[in-house]
Design a protein around this ligand. Structure first.
Ligand code: HEC
Length: 145
């Protein structure tokens, strides 16, 4: 697992100067699901999301919403990615109020956001399509600051 993260960090590091020079960034080959994707997503979830949304995605009543079958998790990907990029507060989730604040996670890379969202959309009883790094990148580019 450490090696995979080290590899991701290395890839992220090398992609920045490339982007700055406006040279086309080499396409990272999509990794087989067993080697990355959902497995990496689970680690990112454990580090950044689990304390609030819980290991089973059940959330905490009145504080943090569940990630099980919610319209945010299963619905429009743009809205979902924006929750991660911008955070969220004072919104009812499927009719229920939650008092805690969802922090912004715009420090995560496109790949990390894609992996963690693909993880939550295919776990906790959810069956929704994957989110790709390219989709996150496009949404981040149009995201208001
Ligand atoms: C400090 C606690 C906290 C952390 C950490 C956190 N969230 Fe949240 N999250 C919340 C709260 C609170 C809301 C609801 C905010 C509101 O009601 O407006 C929320 C809302 C959401 C929603 C939309 C509502 C829903 O339940 O479907 C998603 C999706 C989500 N979070 C995913 C994540 C992911 C993925 C991570 C990790 C990258 C994460 N959250 C980290 C507290 C947290």
């Amino acid at each position: 697992m450490k090696q995979i993260l080290a590899l991701l960090c290395t890839l992220a590091w090398f992609s920045f100067p490339a982007a700055a020079q406006k040279t086309p960034t080499p396409k990272v080959k999509s990794r087989p699901a067993a080697a990355g994707g959902v497995v990496v997503g689970k680690t990112i979830y454990a580090r950044n999301c689990l304390t609030c949304h819980q290991a089973d995605g059940g959330g905490v009543d009145g504080m943090n919403p569940p990630l099980t079958q919610t319209t945010y998790v299963l619905g429009d990907k743009t809205r979902l990615v924006k929750v991660i990029l911008n955070g969220l507060q004072d919104e009812d989730i499927d009719g229920e109020p939650y008092n805690n604040v969802m922090p912004a996670f715009d420090i995560l890379t496109d790949q990390e956001i894609a992996d963690v969202l693909t993880y939550i959309r295919s776990n906790f009883g959810n069956k929704a399509s994957e989110v790709t790094p390219a989709e996150v990148k496009a949404i981040r580019a149009t995201n208001r600051k």
